[in-house]
Each structure stands twice: as structure tokens, then as C-alpha cells.
Design a protein around this ligand. Structure first.
Ligand SMILES: Cc1cc2nc3c(=O)[nH]c(=O)nc-3n(C[C@H](O)[C@H](O)[C@H](O)COP(=O)(O)OP(=O)(O)OC[C@H]3O[C@@H](n4cnc5c(N)ncnc54)[C@H](O)[C@@H]3O)c2cc1C
Ligand code: SF4
Length: 350
């Protein structure tokens, strides 16, 4: 592994100053970053450890009804917070479907948002990869690409974003709070991650030194708690990344869908909000036909980036099924296998 400096700032201000230097990277739990460093894929000159900064590990209910989740809250602590899981069940289900119990105990909110793609060529330094080495080419294009993107990809990069957590967050209009050299600002979740275009190495709109300090779920997101699910298809039933996933949330009033939220995971370089599909659902009855129509709309622009046309049909089916499960009602307990299409429709929450 390349040698690097390690700094442990005492304040957010010091952290930003240290991380704004070229070659610096923030270190949270390190479950992704340290793997990448050991493989020589990421080669920072300086790690800025933020894990001991005060006040970033809190979950706060704000006066306007929104929920503010500090960046250092672990994925497990968040998912097991009973009030959180009741208010945002699809987010809890997505968190519990990710990685393993050990990883969720360590992994942080900010780290999950900014985890890198799992494209095998990105991890293999002998391969050409425009994301790792801009301008070098993309070996995934003619290589093993059955799990790659079907939406928003470019000739430069066909990788997809692997996070589960991000999928319901984008559906529920979460806000990302960032502190940077210019002070504090807020980024709508859908604008955090970038599509690859000609610059796949630029994955987010964050600037050098920008520190994610919190994620906020707006009060309106609670309105979907009665009808919200996350569904994930993976190659193993647990401890595996999504091939395709969907977060579906409905507000049903007098037998009609008053509002709908839908997002897909595993299909693009960013968590994919399916707004045209949401429009199809608003004001109609929650029927199988309406869900099929929404599923078609969600994938209208999809095209294979390689040997992965199957993902388009799979995504349609997962969307229709996630909507059907959401319409049936959020179970009282999270299933033993969260987000699994093989789980009995059983019960959510402790
Ligand atoms: C075997 C394995 C299986 C996994 N399976 C899944 C899965 O099924 N689903 C899933 O969603 N995830 C999965 N993951 C990924 C896991 O969720 C991430 O590794 C984890 O969330 C990263 O969090 P971290 O705190 O360890 O981040 P780190 O590794 O410390 O950091 C990740 C990146 O975020 C940056 N960063 C961290 N915090 C901040 C901040 N506050 N502000 C700005 N930048 C920051 C770092 O500089 C780095 O670039 C898996 C990981 C492993 C190793
Ligand atoms: S798909 Fe993207 S991450 Fe994978 S090899 Fe191509 S450029 Fe690299």
C-alpha cells in the first residue's frame, strides 16, 4: 500500500482545511476506502479521520418534523432505531438488506453515500478504467458486464452505484447537508451523484474539502410510512450487492394513490428516481395494471450497456412487485430476510 499521512482533526473546520489539500480523503469507518487503498485503486496522500468529531453521530427530530441523521451514525444504529424504522420503513429495510451485520455496525451514513462502484475492472489495476485512470478506456464495455448500468450510462463508463440506502433516500427527497470551504450548504439527494458523461471520475457534485455532516429526511417523507417497501434482487440471498432494487412508497387515500415515490438501485451510476412512473400512479387506484404501466414508464429510457438486457425486464418486474407490496401495506415487522423477494410477506418492525 502507498504510504500516506494520517491526521485526526479536532473540529469540522480543521477537517475541511486538512481535506481540501490535493490528494486528501476523508476516512470514516474505512470499510470501502481501506479496501480500495489495499488494492492500490485509491492512493490518497493523506487520510483525514473524521470518526471522532463531535456532534456528527446524533439522530435529531427537528421542529419542522424532519429528521436529521448525523454522518457518523452507523448503518446498524440507524436501521435499529425504532422510531426511525416506523417513520421510514423502506429506508430501514434497505439498510438491513446491505452488506453484513458486522459491516453495518461499522459503516457510516456519509461513507455509504460515497462508496465507490463494484465494477470488477475498477478494482483490477491491470485493467483499463476511465474512472480510476481518466482517458485509459473502459474494459467493462466489451468485458464481463452483466451487472452494469442500463440507464444513464455513457461510452466512457457503464458502472452502477451499489448503495441500497441511497435508493429510498432519493425516493423520499432527502437533503444532504455539506460543510465546505465556503460554509454550509444543502444538496437535494437527487443532485448529489453525477452521471458519468465524459468524466466518470467525478462521481458527485462535492468539491475538495466538502464534508457531508448530515442527511435530512423531510417531514413529508413520514406520510408514506403505511405503504413503503424496498425490494432487492441479488445473486445470493444475503451479503450481496443489488443486481436491481426498487424503493416504492405510496400515500393512499380513499382507495386512490394520492402520492407516489419510486426509485431504482443497481441500474445507473446514481440512485435512479423514476419520476415519470410516479406521475402515472398519482390519482389512480392501486391496481396491477397501474403498477405494470408505472414499471414500463420507469424503464422507458433503459438500454443494455453490454450483456445485460435481462436487467431491464428484471427491473420492470421488481418495480411492479415493490409497488404491489407497498400497496398491501408496510408489515409490522421487518422480514427476517429484509428486501428479499423470497421473504414471506410477513411482518415489518420490532
Ligand atoms: C463485503 C462488502 C459487502 C457490501 N455490501 C453492501 C450492500 O449490499 N449494500 C450496500 O449498500 N453497501 C454494501 N457495502 C458497502 C458498505 O455499505 C460501504 O463500504 C460503507 O457504507 C462505507 O461506509 P464507511 O463509513 O466505511 O466509509 P469509508 O470507507 O470510510 O468511506 C467511503 C468513501 O466516503 C468518503 N467519506 C466518508 N465519510 C464522508 C463524509 N462525511 N464526507 C465526505 N466524504 C466522506 C471517504 O473519503 C470514501 O471516499 C458492502 C461492503 C463490503 C466490504
Ligand atoms: S464501467 Fe466505469 S468503472 Fe468499470 S471499467 Fe469502465 S470506466 Fe471503469
Amino acid at each position: 500500500m502507498k504510504q500516506f499521512d494520517y491526521v485526526r482533526p479536532a473540529t469540522v473546520k480543521e477537517a475541511i482545511a486538512a481535506a481540501a489539500q490535493p490528494g486528501a480523503a476523508y476516512l470514516a469507518a474505512g470499510t470501502n476506502l481501506l479496501d480500495l487503498m489495499k488494492g492500490n485503486v485509491s492512493r490518497p496522500d493523506r487520510l483525514v479521520d473524521v470518526t471522532h468529531l463531535d456532534g456528527l453521530d446524533r439522530i435529531d427530530r427537528l421542529g419542522d418534523g424532519s429528521l436529521r441523521i448525523g454522518t457518523l451514525v452507523s448503518n446498524a444504529d440507524l436501521a435499529h432505531d425504532v422510531e426511525f424504522a416506523k417513520a421510514y420503513p423502506a429506508v430501514a429495510e434497505a439498510l438491513l438488506s446491505g452488506a453484513s451485520a458486522q459491516l453495518r455496525n461499522a459503516a457510516t451514513v456519509g461513507g455509504n453515500l460515497l462508496q465507490r462502484t463494484r465494477c470488477a475492472y475498477f478494482y483490477d489495476t491491470a485493467s483499463r478504467c476511465n474512472k480510476r485512470e481518466p482517458g485509459s478506456g473502459c474494459d467493462a464495455r466489451d468485458g464481463e458486464n452483466r451487472t452494469h448500468a442500463v440507464l444513464g450510462w455513457s461510452e466512457s463508463c457503464i458502472a452502477m452505484h451499489p448503495s441500497d440506502f441511497c435508493v429510498p433516500l432519493v425516493a423520499l427527497d432527502a437533503i444532504v447537508e455539506v460543510e465546505g470551504r465556503g460554509g454550509r450548504r444543502e444538496i437535494p439527494f437527487d443532485e448529489l451523484h453525477r452521471l458519468p458523461g465524459n468524466t466518470p471520475e467525478r462521481e458527485t457534485v462535492l468539491e475538495p474539502g466538502d464534508l457531508i455532516v448530515a442527511v435530512r429526511l423531510p417531514a413529508a417523507a413520514r406520510g408514506f410510512a403505511a405503504h413503503a417497501r424496498y425490494l432487492k434482487v441479488r445473486e445470493r440471498t444475503s451479503y450481496a450487492f443489488a443486481i436491481v432494487s426498487a424503493a416504492a412508497a405510496l400515500r393512499i387515500e380513499n382507495g386512490k394513490i394520492a402520492d407516489a415515490r419510486l426509485a431504482l438501485g443497481g441500474v445507473a451510476a446514481k440512485p435512479w428516481r423514476a419520476r415519470p412512473a410516479e406521475e402515472v400512479l398519482k390519482g389512480v387506484s392501486p391496481t396491477a395494471d397501474a403498477f405494470q404501466e408505472a414499471a414500463w414508464r420507469a424503464l422507458t429510457d433503459a438500454k443494455p450497456s453490454g450483456n445485460n438486457a435481462y436487467k431491464i425486464e428484471l427491473a420492470r418486474r421488481i418495480v411492479a412487485r415493490a409497488l404491489t407490496l407497498a400497496a398491501a401495506g408496510t408489515p409490522a415487522r421487518i422480514p427476517a430476510l429484509p428486501a428479499s423477494p423470497f421473504a414471506s410477506s410477513g411482518a415489518i418492525h420490532a
